[in-house]
Design a protein around this ligand. Sequence first.
Ligand code: NDP
Length: 253
Amino acid sequence: MKRLENKVAVITGGNSGIGFGIAEAFRNEGAVGAITGRNQTTLDRSVEALGTGFIGIKGNVTNVEDLENTFKQTSDAFGKIDVLVVNAGGVVDGVPLGSIGDVTEQGYDLYMDLNLKSAYFTVQKALPYMNDGASIILIGSSAAHRAAPGMAIYSAAKAAIISLAKGLSLDLLSRKIRVNALSPGSIDTPVFEKLVPQEQLEQVKQNWIDITPVGRQGLPSDIGNAAVFLASDDSSFIVGTEILSDGGMTNIS
Ligand code: NDP
């Protein structure tokens, strides 16, 4: 039997990069459900690639009405939710990160809204539609542990995601809902194209490889495989903690 047979999953930001890799891994293990994102074109393309069993729901995770709509639509289509992956996040379009002198108050708020506040309200709006015994996976980052230039706000938001996994676990014990953080290291996704000019792309990726002991960037499927484990009953004794999937970057480089 496949490890996620009959499970209904929602993956925010499932139309790109890590989120899509998680959706593919879930589909391969028998799950059905919904992926979300703001870009209708990539949403449609990703749903088509996943095949039957998945729907795409357009929405912005920083908008609570969109979040309510996401979970209502999923529930209408599938009746219940067993797994929630809070993955949407990362870069705010058109707002560069930078060192402390460069960041405006508005930029700070936008990064915190996308990478921390949205995670909290994604969980809150999903809960009424989730089964007892469900699994919630919050996508963190190795950046919570290992500083990188100009990324202090993002790192702080992702560090808070790990605390959120602990705190929410306690809140949700009575429903036997497990909450864990899954923190990727450097993963080869379209986010790099949003951050770096084309001519610097290969060098920037190489810089990340140089500080990753296994000698490669991760793939979305690496995170997908770890997410399958956290979503499945194989991890039923893992509660309120963090799994790092970073090729050793945080702890042994
Ligand atoms: P991508 O840029 O490829 O994907 C980001 C996803 O988030 C897209 O699906 C995007 O969809 C969605 N998204 C972004 N903003 C919003 C929004 N306001 N509302 C709804 N959806 C939104 O990046 P990755 O796959 O690399 O990143 C996924 C997660 O993994 C992020 O949380 C990131 O911080 C984390 N991470 C990534 C690492 C890496 O090296 N790649 C390392 C560590 C953590 P759309 O644009 O259609 O809205």
